[in-house]
Every structure is written in structure tokens, then in C-alpha cells.
Design a protein around this ligand. Structure first.
Ligand SMILES: [Zn+2]
Length: 117
């Protein structure tokens, strides 16, 4: 029989509950508390801010938290994302190597609202 289990978040050390309902969906307990899961990017993805995007050239740059800047092309936008992207918008993306260095791909906006997703 499943019962509530408690774990400590790998990021902020807060104790969090792993409910029987969640245990049914996942075989492994999550490493992070619900707040950190909401705030941290998904596995293999990173977050950054749009430095600029040129509608005319159809490319732009994303500034990473460490200050590095990643190129992205219009074709790297996730399905459903609309142009233009604006300076300062928070985005999440994967990183893919290219002959000219790493690029941001599968790029999607993060909406900072409480609306259900
Ligand atoms: Zn946490």
C-alpha cells in the first residue's frame, strides 16, 4: 500500500511530500520540491533572456545566466511560439552544437503568470 513519503529537495533542502497519487505516476521520487520544480528548467533545458531578435534577419541571441550568449534562428522556435521575441523575455530552450558553436533550439517563452498551463 502506498503512503505519503517525505523527501528533501536537492536544491533548497526543503522537505516535501510525495503523495500516493504522485507515486502512481512516477516510479522515482522527484529530486526537487514543487517550488523548485516550477522554477528550474526541465532536464536538458536551460533558461535565458532574449538579448535581441531581428525580424529582418530572422535570428537573435539569448543571454544565459552565466553571461554566455547563444545564437538562435527563427526555425529554432518551438511549435506555437509567435514572433517577434522581445528583448528581456524569459525563454527556455535546449542547446545543440553546430559548426559555428552551440545554438539555442526548441525555444519557448516562459509566461510569468498564474494562469493554468
Ligand atoms: Zn526546492
Amino acid at each position: 500500500m502506498r503512503q505519503d513519503q517525505f523527501f528533501y529537495c536537492a536544491s533548497c533542502s526543503t522537505q516535501f511530500l510525495w503523495t500516493p497519487a504522485e507515486q502512481q505516476g512516477d516510479s522515482q521520487p522527484p529530486a526537487h520540491c514543487p517550488a523548485c520544480r516550477y522554477l528550474l528548467p526541465a532536464d536538458g533545458r536551460r533558461r535565458g533572456l532574449v538579448k535581441f531578435y531581428s525580424l529582418r534577419k530572422q535570428w537573435g541571441f539569448v543571454t544565459q545566466p552565466d553571461g554566455a550568449e547563444l545564437f538562435f534562428h527563427r526555425s529554432a522556435l518551438a511549435p506555437g511560439e509567435e514572433l517577434p521575441l522581445h528583448e528581456g523575455e524569459l525563454v527556455e530552450h535546449a542547446v545543440q552544437p553546430s559548426p559555428r558553436g552551440p545554438q539555442a533550439v526548441d525555444l519557448s517563452r516562459l509566461l510569468l503568470t498564474d494562469e493554468p498551463r
